[in-house]
Design a protein. Structure first.
Length: 207
């Protein structure tokens, strides 16, 4: 039965690619063959040459290390037979970058009161927005609709009018994750952006 996990899916996809590659080189390929009591992923033969292939991800490698070592040691005792371990990695997630989005979010949060942050101190100052990760974007009618996450750095000041005069009070800095959904002009002129969602997770501050 195929492993329904992501690790299993990656292994099966890699096996499909390897089978196609070895067959294109003139090898006869069989999957899931028994070798010394273990079921191996792929066996490729051409003439008197045999290649035993096992595929694992970093996750499954930890679980299967003992069995893989046993197979590898046994295969080394066989004539004209080699063992190959292929470590399959998940495809890298493609990042979406929108020039100036961090600055646009910073400008919006600076010019508009963000209640989740404003409640944290007597004077809350937005200092930086960074780590923007756009997970969804749509472009149409001259507009860019984007949503994702970011991190906002803030300076929190706890002091009143008399404290400012005597330079008293308490000042600290914090960082919080932000979820956002915004609409921007496709011209990349971000003097005005429409914010459909701006949620700051301050739960760490309340702990």
């Amino acid at each position: 039965m195929a492993n329904p996990s992501l690790s299993g899916y990656i292994e099966q996809s890699t096996l499909d690619e390897l089978q196609e590659e070895w067959q294109s080189k003139g090898y006869h390929v069989e999957r899931h063959q028994k070798v010394n009591g273990h079921t191996v992923d792929l066996v490729a033969t051409r003439g008197d040459e045999t290649i035993v292939v096992e595929v694992a991800t970093a996750e499954s490698l930890r679980r299967r290390r003992r069995d893989l070592t046993s197979v590898a040691n046994y295969v080394r005792t066989l004539p004209n037979t080699t063992f190959r371990l292929v470590v399959a990695n998940p495809p890298k997630r493609k990042s979406i970058e929108i020039d100036g989005l961090e600055e646009a979010l910073l400008q919006y949060m600076t010019e508009n009161t963000v209640s989740d942050l404003d409640r944290l101190s007597t004077h809350t100052y937005i200092e930086l927005v960074h780590g923007v990760d756009v997970d969804n974007v749509a472009i149409g009618h001259g507009l860019i609709h984007a949503s994702g996450t970011a991190v906002v750095n803030v300076r929190l000041e706890y002091r009143y009018a008399s404290d400012f005069k005597h330079e008293d009070g308490f000042i600290t800095s914090e960082s919080f994750p932000v979820g956002f959904a915004v609409t921007l002009p496709a011209t990349l002129n971000y003097s005005h952006i429409d914010v459909e969602k701006l949620e700051v997770d301050t739960s760490s501050f309340d702990e």
